[in-house]
Design a protein around this ligand. Structure first.
Ligand code: GLN
Length: 538
């Protein structure tokens, strides 16, 4: 047995109570005490990974260094902990069943009846322990997605119950995060749903060690007393995560209540003074910077903001770094396309723009229209992935006059396929996990805007795409003022930019810079965009 301690985080009453942020915050409080921390997200759905899910159903698909298409909570963990996590940190029911069934077919369980207990639960435990073994972290936080009482999460809760037995009481911890709603008429905080969700946990054999109550306003002492009583816990083990101005403040309010110390002591670890110095600085800058820069967010899934969460967070990180407050102006590409929004008017008072990543036909003409306005008006712009590809389409059509130029993703019979399938993609027949994924090197050309932004000739950024700028059109594009300033090792286009005689700041990346942005280490290209938007020299 290794030395890792396991903290299981469960959720009660409702989904979306902020379990991911609480888990990430717990991780940060422990890391700030000098412990090495990892975090696993368990998703009880049957998809093998989040890659095949619509952002409307599940929010952003977060991409890890090693090319995992994961749940967006992995993004929160990476940002709060300032580390990279491998795809093994996102476990789904789909992965578990896939591997159990493959083992059964290979005859590894020969003679046995394959069952949820022990085969499925063993598979779950072995995956959790494998992460502990491979990373050797002191503490592994394991967030079990869904709400206690759901059918889907039962095998995971059962596996965590067994781990308590096998790893021992002082090496495992159960933290239950549950919502105490407030009645709008009386303002009273109601604790009954929390009590019931604790009972539900107990019914499956788990007694929570710590409860984090989610509330709108700070928890009243009477409510705390009741929850502690019904959960059979000392009041000092009931914590409160109330609504705050930014998710990045959550670790600070939990630390104030002493959560870090309680966890450390309960796990038999040495009590150390946390160093949250830089984090506090970041939160202060984030919430006190008052100079506003208005950034247009041109995309297709704008009605669910979680679809682009890493980009939104990356803007916050860069803003705090520069002492600027990015104000986001969401522009729905389908609205432009259907004529419900006048794109000229919508972009008339923004300081900068991001053309967001995306897939498929819907909204594309709206995006291309917006790109034309951003180019003509010389508005500082960053195009990410699909945003880069459509920038090329717009230039081909409107500057080079290549009528009908397109990406073959949207128009497979276009006369000018300026964006086309990556060569290795032509033979792909399955959709799950088959894009060009994960981090790879990008060589930056000196003397370009990209070089000024990154100040180095070699960067590693993460990818998630099937299509790619068609190199046959590069000379033509360059004659239109659009030149390549970043290359992949296979000579694929990674970065393009308009010549500065045409546009002061228009840059597109085939990679997704947002996935590597951290509160204390913002992504250079987001800093570049905000500087250009605020008219600060780069
Ligand atoms: N749909 C494009 C591709 O597959 C862009 C993907 C993206 O924006 N993430 O290449």
């Amino acid at each position: 047995m290794g030395n890792t301690r396991y903290i299981f985080v469960t959720g009660g009453v409702l989904s979306s109570v902020g379990k991911g942020i609480v888990s990430a915050s717990i991780g940060l409080l422990l890391a700030s005490r000098g412990y090495s921390v990892g975090a696993i997200k368990i998703d009880p759905y049957i998809n093998v990974d989040a890659g095949t899910m619509n952002p409307y159903a599940h929010g952003e698909v977060f991409v890890t260094e090693d090319g995992g298409e994961t749940d967006l909570d992995i993004g929160h963990y990476e940002r709060f902990l300032g580390i990279n996590l491998s795809k093994k940190h996102n476990i789904t029911t789909g992965q578990i069943y896939l591997s159990v069934i493959m083992k059964e077919r290979r005859g590894e369980y020969l003679g046995q009846t394959v069952q949820i207990i022990p085969h499925v639960t063993d598979e779950i435990k072995s995956r959790i322990r494998e992460v502990a073994r491979e990373t050797g972290v002191d503490i592994l936080v394991i967030e079990i997605g869904g709400t206690v009482g759901d059918i889907e999460s039962l095998p995971f809760l059962e596996a965590s119950r067994q781990m308590r037995l096998e790893e021992g009481f002082d090496r495992t911890l159960f933290i239950h995060v549950a919502l105490a709603p407030e009645l709008s008429t009386t303002g009273e905080q109601k604790t009954k749903p929390v009590q019931h969700s604790v009972q539900e946990l107990r019914r499956i054999g788990i007694q929570p060690d710590i409860i984090v109550v989610r509330t709108r306003r700070p928890l009243e002492s009477e409510a705390r007393r009741k929850i502690a009583l019904y959960a059979t816990l000392p009041e000092s083990f009931v914590f409160n995560s109330y609504d705050v101005d930014t998710i990045y403040r959550v670790p600070l309010i939990l630390e104030e209540q002493g959560l870090g110390n309680v966890i450390v002591r309960r796990l038999g670890l040495e009590d150390r003074e946390p160093d949250l110095h830089e984090w506090r600085w970041f939160v202060e800058r984030l919430t006190n910077s008052s100079k506003v820069v208005r950034i247009a967010m041109v995309g297709k899934y704008t009605r669910l903001r979680d679809s682009y969460i890493s980009i939104v967070e990356a803007l916050k990180h860069a803003g705090a770094h520069l002492g600027l407050r990015p104000e986001l102006v969401w522009i729905e590409a389908t609205d432009i396309e259907e004529g419900n929004v006048d794109v000229e008017a919508a972009l008339s008072d923004v300081d900068g723009a991001i053309v967001l990543p995306g897939f498929g036909k819907r909204g594309v003409e709206g995006k291309i229209n917006a790109i034309r306005v951003l180019r003509e008006r010389r508005i500082p712009t960053l195009g990410i992935c699909f945003g880069l590809q459509l920038t090329v389409v717009e230039a081909a059509r409107n500057i080079l006059g290549l009528k009908g130029a397109h990406t073959t993703e949207v128009d497979p019979t276009t006369p000018y396929p300026v964006v086309d399938l990556l060569p290795e993609q032509k033979k792909v027949d399955k959709l799950g996990g088959t894009m060009r994924l994960g981090a790879s090197p990008v060589r930056i050309v000196e003397g370009t805007l990209a070089y000024e932004i990154y100040k180095t000739t070699l960067i590693f950024e993460r990818h998630r795409h099937r299509y790619e700028v068609n190199n046959k059109y590069l000379d033509l594009l360059e004659s239109a003022g659009l030149k390549v300033s970043g290359w992949s090792p296979e000579e694929l286009v990674e970065i393009i930019e308009y010549d500065r005689s045409i546009h002061p700041f228009y840059i597109g990346t085939q990679f997704h810079p947002e996935f590597k942005s951290r509160p204390l280490k913002p992504s250079p290209i987001f800093i570049g965009l905000l500087k250009a938007a605020a008219k600060i020299p780069i």
